[in-house]
Write a protein that binds this ligand. Sequence first.
Ligand SMILES: [Zn+2]
Length: 336
Amino acid sequence: MKYDNETLEQINNQADLVSYAQDVFDLTPRGNDYFTHCPFHEDKTPSLSFSRSANSFYCFSCGISGKMIGFLMKFEKLSFEEAVQKASRLANIDLNSLCHSETISFLRNYRRTLQSCKQQTKYEHPILPKSDYTKFKQTEIKQWLDEGIEQEVMDLFEIRFDDYGNRIVYPVYDINGNLINIKGRTLYDNYKQLGLTKYMNYYKVGVMDYFQGLNITLPYVRQEREIIVFESIKSVMKAYGWGYRNSVSAEKHTLTPEQIKLLLSLKVDIVLAYDSDVDYFHGATYENIEVLRRLTNVYIITDKYKLLGGSKAKNSPVDCDLDVWEELYYDKRKVV
Ligand SMILES: [Zn+2]
């Protein structure tokens, strides 16, 4: 059977997820939520939360989230159809009375699509209260100190630690300096077996119209009339400690149209300093460069002499020592 979004939303909203969870798990109330050990991976501290107000679930460890239908599919291993049927029973909703003719469904979906298109073009990141970030612990991050990132630089970039999730965390700001997300890097070596991702965002990302670190490095970008784009905030911090303060992190090696717009608006030269496994002349990375080079000077840093260990090593240009970085930086090549 086909269900329109409104029907599914109504079922998800009306089925009481907390009382379902109470029947299945031992729940511990904390604040407005209820916690239990996440059944989807090894979970030392109870990470899975159920919110009564949002009627939803979220795991602070693996990031899985959703509502009733999604939970049934994942936890009871039901098919979509089975989960909808079960959730509608839990919600006391008679599906037959809800299912509309295809035409009505189509019109509803069409209206929704139009609405969401409108919303998307003006999507703004929710601005988070500073306390959402400052609740995390300020502590020595040994792993990153060992990698040569200076403590003062980590303090400047507000690196903290999430005890609960065992993650190094850092704040994400928009161009105006508003806190819009929190990003975490797991410290579990066996994160893959645990079903975790290496990096995770604590909140919905939405449009990628920002660069990590730019809130701090913008004055240096303007001063040097150049922006160095790395793949990670770790690289930005390492370069910063070496005196190369005009860099940002794209968090990946492809740019969104919004990021390209932002880069061009700075009216500076662009140096792409991606990891040693990136091929600048393929796919979306190549398309990015093709757009940028028509409008500004674009340079790329490549590991042609395998100073970083070549593509297999997947090293950032700053992962080896300062000499290597400077050799790569001065050897950067202009794309014409
Ligand atoms: Zn989990």
